[in-house]
Structures are given as C-alpha cells and as structure tokens.
Ligand binder design. Structure first.
Ligand code: NAD
Ligand SMILES: O=C(O)C(=O)C[C@@H](O)[C@H](O)[C@H](O)COP(=O)(O)O
Ligand code: ZN
Length: 354
C-alpha cells in the first residue's frame, strides 16, 4: 500500500510513503540527463539501487561524510565541484539518499546550484521521513551554529521507503521519534496515545504502529509548511524544543543525535510554558514520561547553562535581541513566548539540569 501525502504551495508535491518505492523515482526526475546521487558511506548500496532506478539519466554518485560531518560548507563545495565537472544543467536533478543530515545537505547543494535545480530526498531514517525531507528547509552547519547557512527550496517529491528502516539502528529510530513526539504535542495528540499504548510497537520498524506514526507526523508537517513555507509565522511551531536543542548540539560538536537534543529541549520548553503560567502541570509532566518511554535523554549537565544561554542568541526565531521560544498554552496549542527573563530561563533549565 502506498500513501501519498500532498504538500501545498507554489510548487506542490507529494510525500510518498510505502515499501519498495524505487519505481516512483523516474517520474520525479523526468527530463534529467544527469542525476547526482548524494549519499553517506553507510548507504552506498541503497544509493546504487536508487541510481539504477533513476533509469535513463547518467548517475553521478557523490559520497559524503556520514551524519553531521557531511553538513558543512566544505562538503557542499565539493559536491558543487562534482556537478561542475559533470556539466550539471538546470534540467538535471539532485537526489539525496540518507537520513536528515544527508538530505539537508543535498537540498542545499540543489538550492544553490545554478540558483536552484530540482531535488528529491530518498529518506532512509525516521527523522528524515517525518521531518527533514518534508518542507524544503535545507542547510549546512557553520562554527557559529546549526543550520545557519541554507535556503527554503522545496523538493520535487519525497520518497519514504519504510523498508530502509530495517537497517536503521534502534537508537536512531528512537531519536527520530522525538520529532514525532513533537508533532504530538504541537498538533496531533493521538500520536502521544499511540506511543503511550505501546512504546515497543512504536519502535518496531516492521510494525503498523510506526507506519501510522510516520504518516501522522508527515501530515502535521505538510499542513504547516503548505501554508507557511518561509517561516513567517505558523511554521515556527515546528521548532518546538529546538532553541535549546540546537544549542546542545553545537556544544556537543554535533556528536549528539539531533532527536536526543530536541528531547531535552522539549522538556525545557514545556517547563518554560508551565513556569510562565501557560501550560498545565500534567501536560508538562507528560513530556518527560513519553520521552523516557522511548529511552530518550531528558537531562543535561547543569554547568553548561551559561554557554547554552549564549548559543541560543543565534536561534533563527530571535528578533533583534529578543529571544523567542515556542511554548504550549495546552495540548496541541502552540504559541510564542518572547523575551523571557534570565531567571525564568534558568528555572526552566533546572527541569533538565543534572
Ligand atoms: N530540514 C528539516 O526540516 C529538518 C527536520 C528535522 C531534522 N533535520 C536535520 O536532520 C538531521 C537528523 O536526521 P537523522 O537523525 O536522520 O540524521 P542522520 O542523517 O545523521 O542519520 C542518522 C544516522 O543514521 C544512519 N542511517 C540513516 N539511514 C539509515 C538506514 N536506513 N540504515 C542504517 N543507517 C542509516 C546515518 O548514516 C547516520 O549515521 C539533523 O541534521 C537535523 O538538523 C532537518
Ligand atoms: O521544518 C521546520 O520548520 C522545523 O523547524 C523542523 C525542525 O525539526 C528541524 O530540525 C529544522 O531543521 C530546524 O530548523 P532551523 O530553522 O531551526 O534550523
Ligand atoms: Zn528537528
């Protein structure tokens, strides 16, 4: 069974979820003479299969470092050199095969090449399928922070082949579920119930529960990015837990999984909402409970606070000197908390400090 989830916008596209989806690729790359297949070493075989499925176009395999190591200006520049050497034109297509880090890189390579060529994420991780591959946010990291250089560049279509999850380590399935939990708190509480009913089923890559969670979270994201691609308002809700999360990732030099940092960041954000009188105690406590069920981290060293506090200044939601956080006014009622004072921030951090 194949599910097609439409994403609206100037150039609408589908997120395709199912098993054995390689036959879907040719229609997404129609008219391309060249197809650059950007992938990390862990997914070389999968990338070869995708290159074969691309059919008529000449495949240009581009192997990049794994995970966040690949999300750099230097790696992007190497990809552009390879596109230049291959004579890559505006009718050619970039395909990213991998998790969220690889598809963020591939999308950015496509966004900047000739000022924007088509791209297709073939997503192979939970975080990639439910979040990174959908919505056209592409980026690389720089020393000043996470995703600080990038572009909004929607894909031509997204392939989420659930068979890929068979080889995804359990820790990465759980980390991807942190983004699914985010979708539960900001928009679709049924997601939380499904995980609470059976965390084991949620983590099983062959089961129906994980598929339902993946599809539900994609719908949450599609509904938001379909009306606010460039994050001029509504889209900010997808950043729940990310203000602190990105600061943790930067402090850990990107050795922490993104979903782990977002898990800690969501508990902090829930506490910010609670302490500012906007979120009830029960919903705040539910954050820790559901994230713990999935084995996700819920604490971070207390001594890191001054550095994290500084790092949060470069968050993209900041306006002038005013820090802005996504908080909840109740379950599935996201809002913005602008300019909380330092004492409130520190007290909220106490909820995760160890
Ligand atoms: N653009 C967006 O809107 C958006 C949304 C969410 C996350 N992100 C980004 O996505 C990244 C996190 O995503 P991620 O967790 O997928 O990261 P990732 O790409 O680093 O993948 C995690 C690990 O899983 C491995 N992997 C991926 N698929 C596999 C498979 N099928 N089998 C075996 N191993 C596999 C990768 O090689 C890597 O080691 C972060 O960089 C985050 O900033 C972007
Ligand atoms: O799509 C969005 O918008 C998000 O914020 C989704 C996040 O899960 C994702 O990690 C995104 O890359 C963060 O964006 P950033 O603008 O804070 O870098
Ligand atoms: Zn994220």
């Amino acid at each position: 069974m194949v599910t097609r989830i439409p994403v609206a916008g100037d150039r609408p596209y589908d997120v395709i979820v199912g098993r054995g989806l390689d036959d879907e690729l040719p229609s997404l790359i129609e008219g391309a003479a060249r197809v650059a297949v950007i992938h990390p070493p862990t997914l070389r075989e999968r990338a070869e299969a995708v290159a074969k499925a691309a059919g008529a176009g000449t495949a240009i395999p581009i192997e990049v470092p794994d995970a966040e190591q690949g999300k750099s200006v230097e790696v992007a520049a190497r990809c552009w050199d390879e596109l230049g050497a291959a004579g890559f034109t505006r009718t050619d297509v970039v395909v990213g095969v991998g998790g969220g880090a690889t598809t963020d890189l591939a999308g950015y390579v496509a966004a900047a090449w000739l000022r924007g060529v088509r791209w297709v994420p073939v997503s192979t991780s939970v975080a990639g399928m439910v979040d990174a591959a959908v919505g056209g946010k592409t980026a690389v990291n720089i020393p000043a922070g996470k995703n600080l250089v990038g572009a909004f560049h929607p894909p031509a279509g997204v392939l989420c082949d659930l068979d890929a999850l068979d080889t995804l380590p359990r820790a990465d399935i759980a980390a991807g579920l942190a983004e699914v939990v985010k979708g539960g708190f900001i928009a679709d509480p049924r997601i939380l119930e499904l995980i609470e009913e059976s965390p084991e089923a949620a983590l099983d890559p062959r089961g129906d529960v994980l598929r339902e969670l993946v599809e539900r979270k994609i719908r949450v994201k599609a509904d938001v990015v379909g009306v606010d691609l460039k994050e001029s308002g509504l889209r900010e809700i997808l950043n729940y837990g990310h203000t602190l999360g990105h600061a943790i990732e930067r402090r850990e030099k990107y050795t922490w999984k993104h979903g782990h940092a977002v898990a800690v960041g969501m508990i902090f954000a829930a506490e910010l909402g609670r302490l500012s009188g906007r979120l009830d105690d029960g919903t705040a406590a539910r954050h820790r409970a559901v994230l713990e069920m999935l084995g996700l981290p819920t604490a971070y060293p207390e001594s890191a606070w001054p550095e994290l506090r500084d790092s949060m200044r470069v968050d993209k939601k900041t306006r002038a000197a005013t820090l802005r956080f996504v908080v909840l006014d109740g379950l599935a009622k996201p809002g913005i908390l602008a300019g909380p004072d330092d004492d409130l921030l520190r007290r909220a951090f106490a909820a995760v400090a160890r």
